[in-house]
Design a binder for this molecule. Structure first.
Ligand code: DOR
Ligand code: ZN
Length: 349
């Protein structure tokens, strides 16, 4: 049995750190173990311009604990009005690593998302030309007749398939894969398409959320699906295939927003993220594939070098904190697997 692994320092290719006190309270959990993270732009208001991106990056960097060389990779929130020149300039100047596409209404703070896919054509064409990545929340949400459990499949058929044909040179990421259909589609379209996988879509199905009491902390978008979907997602992650890589989608919310009459989607997993992936790979007998998933496949999809440093994990029990205190009115954010025994611990890096 392997009790200790050292690997290239991982990156998180999908992360929400919010702003203000929440940002200051959560940033350290990612910065302590990850070399880089793609920072999601769904603030209120969203990060839609170079000026917003620069200002937000400064606030993120200010929240990174001293001594850490963590690097935030910023993204631009795509709207119907996004200007291709602004996006291209942001990319050329190193402000934006990628553009994020939220279909309107698909998830938290997606109210400014894309309503008309015709309008974003000039931006996508320019991104294809300059080699900029498009990150996709792949769910069809505007049409209320689409069942919430089918949103990923419908988006792939209706939106993504035409995009892969119209922009063959555009490198895309289908984020937070949640279904067998999604996993199979990424596989079929690699390397044009890559896919990120969260720890909780590997670990949970919808029964965990609904079958023995309703667990609002497991509510996320894309929503947890059937056991067959979970198995396909977990299998993809541990396969080591180059098109699948780590993206936690850690998405902290104040406890009151999670437990409201209309609660919001998102799981805060940064405090236990790399340890949870290690546990899941270990249980599947695939610890030897963790480095590819966590540290190599992502940079390759982005055309970046892997991190120079390493990280070491050891098999050792510790108890995850149940919550993280947030100064001010937001009070606290509940931690994924909080209170549980976490079987792996980062001991160096
Ligand atoms: O569950 C989710 N929460 N899914 C997303 O796509 C967004 C995220 C958030 O921002 O809270
Ligand atoms: Zn997200």
């Amino acid at each position: 049995m392997t009790d200790r692994i050292t690997m290239v320092k991982p990156d998180d290719w999908h992360l929400h750190v919010r702003d203000g006190e929440m940002l200051r309270s959560v940033m350290g959990f990612t910065a302590r173990h990850f070399g880089r993270a793609i920072i999601m732009p769904n603030l209120v208001p969203p990060v839609t311009t170079i000026a917003h991106g620069l200002a937000y990056r400064s606030r993120v960097l200010a929240a990174v604990p001293e001594g850490s060389d963590f690097q935030p990779l910023m993204t631009c929130y795509l709207t119907d009005e996004t200007d291709a020149d602004e996006v291209a300039r942001g990319f050329a100047e190193g402000v934006f690593t990628a553009v994020k596409l939220y279909p309107v209404g698909a998830t938290t703070n997606s109210a400014h998302g894309v309503t008309d896919f015709e309008k974003i054509r000039p931006v996508l064409a320019r991104m294809e030309k300059i080699g900029m990545r498009l990150l996709i929340h792949g769910e069809e949400a505007a049409d209320a007749s689409v069942d919430v459990f089918d949103r990923e499949a419908v988006f792939i058929e209706k939106r993504l398939e035409p995009m892969t044909r119209d922009y063959p040179g555009l490198r895309m990421v289908l984020e937070h894969l949640s279904s067998k259909i999604g996993v199979d589609y990424v596989r079929a379209k690699a390397p044009q398409l890559g896919g990120t996988i969260t720890p909780y879509h590997m670990e949970l199905n919808r029964n965990h959320m609904l079958a023995s009491g309703i667990r609002p902390y497991f509510y996320c978008m894309p929503i947890l699906k059937r056991e067959g979907d979970r198995m396909a997602v977990a299998q993809a992650a541990i396969s080591g295939e180059a098109c699948f890589f780590l993206g936690t989608d850690s998405a902290p919310h104040p406890v009151a927003a999670k437990l409201a009459v209309c609660g919001c989607a998102g799981l805060f997993n940064a405090p236990v993220a790399i340890e949870t992936y290690a546990k899941l790979f270990d249980e599947a007998g695939a610890l030897d594939k963790l480095e590819a998933f966590a540290a190599l496949n992502g940079p390759a999809h982005y055309g970046l070098a892997p991190n120079a440093g390493t990280i070491t994990l050891e098999r050792a029990d510790w108890i995850a904190p149940e919550e993280v205190a947030i100064p001010g009115p937001e009070q606290r954010a509940i931690v994924y697997r909080g209170g549980e025994t976490i079987q792996w611990r980062v001991v160096a890096g």
